[in-house]
Design a protein around this ligand. Sequence first.
Ligand code: NAD
Length: 351
Amino acid sequence: MNKNILITGGAGFIGSHVVRLFVNKYPDYHIINLDKLTYAGNLANLKDIEGRPNYTFVKADICDFETICNVLEKYEVNGIIHLAAESHVDRSIKDPFTFAQTNVMGTLSLLQAARQYWNGVWEDKMFYHISTDEVYGSLSNEGFFLETTKYDPHSPYSASKASSDHFVRAFHDTYGMPTLVTNCSNNYGPYQFPEKLIPLFINNIRNNKPLPVYGKGENVRDWLYVEDHARAIDVIFHKGKIADTYNIGGFNEWKNIDLIKVIIRTVDRLLGREEGTSEALITYVTDRAGHDLRYAIDSNKLKNELGWEPSLQFEEGIEKTVRWYLDNQAWMDNITSGEYEDYYKSMYKVS
Ligand code: NAD
């Protein structure tokens, strides 16, 4: 069957990988990438698929209800994969309103537009919402987040994502809309905006700049290669059980400071420096307010029910990632000029 799929936030980090995968894998589908192009959106992430006959880009804000209604109608959209969001915890601490606006009101605007356009005819329709494991709160040194774990968000970012998850489920329970929600752990890979740990550190090591580490670097995160997340989204969009939730994770936990040392060793080696010399750049900074200690995802439900598993070992993924950033310095330089510099100084108080 032909499908017209609206992917929101497709010019961002994860969204660009999802758009690329769908455009390449499904020539019979029409992929409509709707993105506001905030500081995090970058059409250079999708240069390789520009001009493809099954791909259309629309610059729009998900909060603009009228425009969303028009887009759904114009392209006869029957599937939505919703990734557009404000995504950086530190920015949410400084400016929570923007997060409530985009993540909560924007999601509600999309849901309501889809409900109006689909008008109760749910056959072959799907509203798939991409969320984060951060909605579950923080773990101690033991245990894992399951799909049944109670929500307990601590940052304005995770609170806004939790709220949007609830709205999506409410649209299924109240109106019968076919929905899916997935909660994924930290992603890494090419095209990630360099406010996030891995690209930030690769770039700083390359430029011999301080590496700002929150607190003592004791926080633990689970890391998943972004193309594996995109593959999971593909499997779940096509085979997931309506109204269900799936956790997506890498079975790959790292204490921040240990992860940082792996990045340092890899960048040093690839730049021909003696491995580990850049450890001298590590600079401990005041911890993030409300910093969750540990996130760890149990994604066995997805593995057992739909057969998805991460394809890359972490060592391989990090090597690919570091190589990509070092080989694509123009992409990085383009982003880190201008406004980024002011943001960076205000966040870390290091130059
Ligand atoms: P990102 O910040 O790189 O990209 C977000 C994209 O959304 C950008 O292209 C931006 O222009 C667009 N956008 C923002 N506000 C918009 C609006 N009002 N209207 C239309 N477009 C708008 O984010 P990401 O890291 O790719 O994350 C994508 C999604 O995945 C988010 O929903 C995020 O919560 C979720 N997620 C991210 C991670 C991660 O590790 N990055 C992990 C789990 C879940």
